[in-house]
Ligand binder design. Sequence first.
Ligand code: MSP
Length: 503
Amino acid sequence: MDFFLTTPIYYVNDRPHIGHAYTTILCDVLARYHRLFGHKVFFLTGTDEHGAKVAKSANKKNLSETEHVDSMVVNFQNTWKELLIKEDFFIRTTMNFHKKAVQKALMELWDKGEIYEKDYEGWYCESEEVFYPEKDLIDGKTPMGNHVELIKEKNYFFKMSKYQDKLLDYIEKNPKFIMPNKRKNEILGFLKKPLGDLSISRPKSRLSWGIEIPFDTSHVTYVWFDALLNYATAVGYKQSSSNFEFEKIWPQVFHMIGKDILMTHAIYWPCMLMALDLALPKMIFAHGWWLTDTKEKMSKSKGKVISPLDLKDIIGVDGLRYFLMRDMSLGQDAQFSKELAISRVNSELSNNLGNLLSRTTTLIDKYFEAKIPKATINTQLEKCAKELAVKVKDAIIKLKPNDALEKIVSFLNKTNKYMEDIKPWKVLKEGDLKLGAECLYNSLEALRVSAILLYPVMPSKSQELLGRIGYCGEVKFEDACRWGLLKDGPVVLQEVLFPRIKE
Ligand code: MSP
């Protein structure tokens, strides 16, 4: 295994919104690029189905928790299908194998003396499902501004504090463990203060919806302890029979998360892993947020959500994937609006890519009986294309999908300019078939290379484009590094690939 990529598992208390769709599409795009580069990839996503938040929404609907999660998970699975997400496994934390594996992990920690019991009083934030000590509250709220309530109860605690120095040391020795650097520094800042132990149980009298603690059946497991373990259980951890080889997959794990859940992933999780004698992730990358026009995080609790499927109905699935990848620079926040999405799709997909395809295929249809003409190669475009493939691969490895797309757009601009300069419509009308053929052939090649490189972002439209220009079968990265591959096959003239969207 070369690359084991995970998304956070989403709470099933509501339908997925653009924020959830973003992380999932981002991981799907990265996974598809790595597959295109010939790497062995495992891509995992799923749903977080226990905890107070989920129990509360079931209650509101007068449903049992099981009925509620079973009905809600379908929204995620169907949305991902419509957004062309191709995961290798979809985990639900209510799956039996996961529950059993979590209990085994708890038992191991209990047997090792890593867990103890204590009366506890603390501030709990239900929307984040996190306990905060009084000193970490700001004006009576969590650092993210969410509501907390005082809770007193007997809890089991994981001895997280004993891993503080080891974790600090690991972060310092592995500069890419937490990325981007800004987020790493936040964690380092947090670790300057003494780290407490982690409450990992809830009495059933307060919350019964969770995995039963194996050494005290009157308690259930804290939802984050259960949820974080999904990354390991999904690929076979603590199971005698699994479809996946945990030992081979685990060492390549890479977690993509939003910056809202950095602390749980960069502190709780590594400490849990150290206690369980498992390798730490290769990287935890926290991306930024999509913000509303008033610069707030788009989130359900703020009532500012846009359904990914509604936007897909307007700009198409490929348009949606393209916009989300193009308009966010990984690690930073980005502004979201329907208008921005439409304008991006119109200017770069309709005007630039789509227009180049229409012009080229229309002229080949008209002057060459819809057959790819034989022609000499334009060495300048050829050179740019070969450089482009290298640059795109490099940008993806460096986690800069927006840069990769920008480079493809600028190559398409260059090709459009080449066409404007030669004016094949004029040249062909005047009878210069040789120059006309050269221009059209090289434009087709530019379209072919671009569509191969765009394939992970726009799997459906890229495939369609490639089919129309006679590149059929498996899409291969090495073909994006070659020029002059298309041979005298047919070119299909069809309706516009990216119709302009009304603003
Ligand atoms: N269930 C936990 C995660 C457990 S992982 C072991 C959870 N779920 S969530 O449903 O709240 O999803 C949070 C994730 O959704 C974020 O980390 C991010 O990936 C994505 N996003 C939610 N809103 C977002 C934005 N406004 N912008 C970008 N991504 C956002 O937390």
